[in-house]
Design a protein around this ligand. Structure first.
Ligand code: NAD
Length: 375
C-alpha cells in the first residue's frame, strides 16, 4: 500500500489543506491510500465526512498518520511548538512535499534534512509550459491578486464603479497595479470587473499587450532597456532606469485611489518603488495593498501583517492572502500536487518519482539515495 498522508496545517493563520476531497478518487486510481488527519479540512469547509465519502481514511492521531507514510503532503513546512513536533514524526523512507522556502526558513530546513527523507519544495517548480498545471506559486498568486483588490475595495471609503444617480455622479476609482505577473494580471481583471479605471506598470515590456488585453492602461518608462531576464522573470534595473521609473510613479500616484503592488525579483528583496514622499502625496482616503510585503514590500512604509494608517492612505501588508480564500486555494493547490504526481506515473500508476524528470529534479531539494525501494 502506498500511504499518502495529509496533516492539519498548524502554522498561524493557515487555513488551507493540501489535498481536497475531489482529488481522492484520482489518487486512489494512481495506487494511493489517502489518510487525512482528523479535521484537516475543517478550515477550508471540507469535512471529514466529505473525505470519507470520497474514499479517504481519517486518522485520529498524528503518530498514526505519519507512520509508514510514502508521501506526506502539506502546504506549509513541518510545524513545531512546545507540544507538537512534526519533524520528529517524519520517517526517512517518506517523501515530504510542501512549500519550503529553504533560504528563508534555514533552521526549519536543516531540521527537515535531518529526517533524511526526500524533500520536495513545491515553490521551486520550473516555470515551463509543461509545468503550468503543477505551479503552486501561480495558483496561489492568482487568488492573492483577486483578494488584494476585494480587500482594498472593502476598506476603501468610496465606490469602485462610475454611478450616475439622481443625487449626483460617483466617479470611478482609479487603480494602479505595479507588476503584471500572475497576481498583477488577476488584480487588473478583478479591478476592471468592479468598474475601476485601471493602470499598470511593469519593467517587462512584454506585459504591455497582456495588460491592454485585460482593459488596463499600460504606463511606460521612456527607456529602451528590457526588464526581462533570460528566465522570463524581471531583473534588477539600472540606476538610470530606476530614476526615470520613480519620477513617472511619483507623477501618477497622486491621481490614484488604490495601488496594488506585486513587484518581485526572484532571489532578492522586493524593490522599493513607493517612497514615504510618494505616500504623502497621495489622495486622502487612498489605499495601498502591498502584495510584496512578505519579501520586504514595494512601499517604504509597509509592515508585513499590519494595516498602517497614514494621513493620506492606509497601507496594507497582507499576511497569507491565499489562506483567506482557503477553499479555492486548497482546491487549486491539491490539483497542482495531483498533476505533479501524475507526471511520474507509468500507465496511470505511481510507483516512484521519475527521478530523471526535470520537474522532479527541480523541486527535490533533498534526496534519500540509500532507499532500496526508492520511496
Ligand atoms: P513575480 O511574482 O516574480 O513578479 C511579479 C511582477 O513584478 C513581474 O511581472 C515582474 O516583471 C514585476 N516587476 C519586478 N520588478 C519590478 C519593478 N521594479 N517595477 C515594476 N514591476 C516589476 O512574477 P510571476 O507572477 O511569478 O511571473 C513571472 C513570469 O513567469 C511571467 O512572465 C509569467 O508569465 C511567467 N510564468 C510562467 C509560468 C509557467 O510557464 N509555468 C508560470 C507562472 C508564471
Amino acid at each position: 500500500m502506498l500511504k499518502l498522508a495529509v496533516p492539519i496545517e498548524r502554522h498561524p493563520n493557515e487555513k488551507r489543506v493540501s489535498i481536497t476531497p475531489d482529488c481522492i478518487s484520482p489518487l486512489k486510481k494512481m495506487g494511493f491510500t489517502v489518510f487525512i488527519e482528523k479535521n484537516a479540512g475543517y478550515n477550508s469547509s471540507f469535512s471529514d465526512e466529505l473525505y470519507l465519502k470520497a474514499g479517504a481514511k481519517i486518522c485520529k492521531t498524528q503518530k498514526e498518520l505519519f507512520k509508514n507514510a510514502a508521501l506526506i503532503i502539506k502546504i506549509q513546512r513541518p510545524f513545531k511548538d512546545m507540544k507538537i513536533n512534526e519533524f520528529n514524526l517524519i520517517e526517512s523512507k517518506s517523501s515530504f512535499l510542501s512549500m519550503i522556502y529553504s533560504n528563508r526558513f534555514k533552521s526549519d530546513f536543516s531540521l527537515l534534512k535531518k529526517t533524511s527523507s526526500n524533500i520536495f519544495a513545491m515553490e521551486m517548480m520550473p516555470r515551463i509550459s509543461r509545468a503550468q498545471s503543477m505551479d503552486v506559486l501561480s495558483s496561489q498568486s492568482n487568488l492573492s491578486g483577486y483578494k488584494a483588490v476585494v480587500d482594498a475595495a472593502s476598506i476603501y471609503n468610496k465606490a469602485f464603479p462610475l454611478m450616475m444617480t439622481s443625487a449626483g455622479t460617483v466617479a470611478p476609482a482609479k487603480v494602479l497595479i505595479i507588476g503584471a505577473g500572475v497576481a498583477g494580471l488577476q488584480a487588473i481583471a478583478t479591478a476592471k470587473r468592479l468598474g475601476a479605471v485601471v493602470f499598470c506598470f511593469d519593467v517587462r515590456k512584454a506585459t504591455k499587450e497582456q495588460v491592454e488585453s485585460l482593459g488596463g492602461n499600460f504606463i511606460e518608462v521612456d527607456d529602451e532597456s528590457s526588464g526581462e531576464s533570460e528566465t522570463g522573470y524581471a531583473k534588477e534595473m539600472s540606476t538610470k532606469y530606476k530614476k526615470k521609473q520613480s519620477l513617472l510613479l511619483a507623477e501618477n500616484i497622486t491621481k490614484m485611489d488604490i495601488v496594488i503592488t506585486t513587484a518581485l525579483i526572484p532571489g532578492k528583496n522586493a524593490p522599493i518603488l513607493i517612497t514615504k514622499k510618494m505616500v504623502k502625496s497621495m489622495k486622502p482616503g487612498s489605499i495601498i495593498v502591498d502584495l510584496a510585503s512578505e519579501f520586504g514590500g514595494n512601499c517604504e512604509l509597509t509592515k508585513h501583517g499590519k494595516i498602517l494608517d497614514t494621513d493620506t492612505c492606509k497601507i496594507v501588508g497582507p499576511f497569507n492572502l491565499p489562506s483567506t480564500v482557503s477553499q479555492d486555494a486548497s482546491r487549486l493547490y491539491s490539483k497542482n500536487i495531483l498533476n505533479f504526481l501524475k507526471n511520474s506515473c507509468i500507465d496511470g500508476k505511481f510507483n516512484d518519482f521519475n527521478w530523471d524528470d526535470e520537474l522532479v529534479k527541480g523541486t527535490c531539494i533533498n534526496r534519500n539515495k540509500t532507499l532500496n525501494k526508492k520511496l
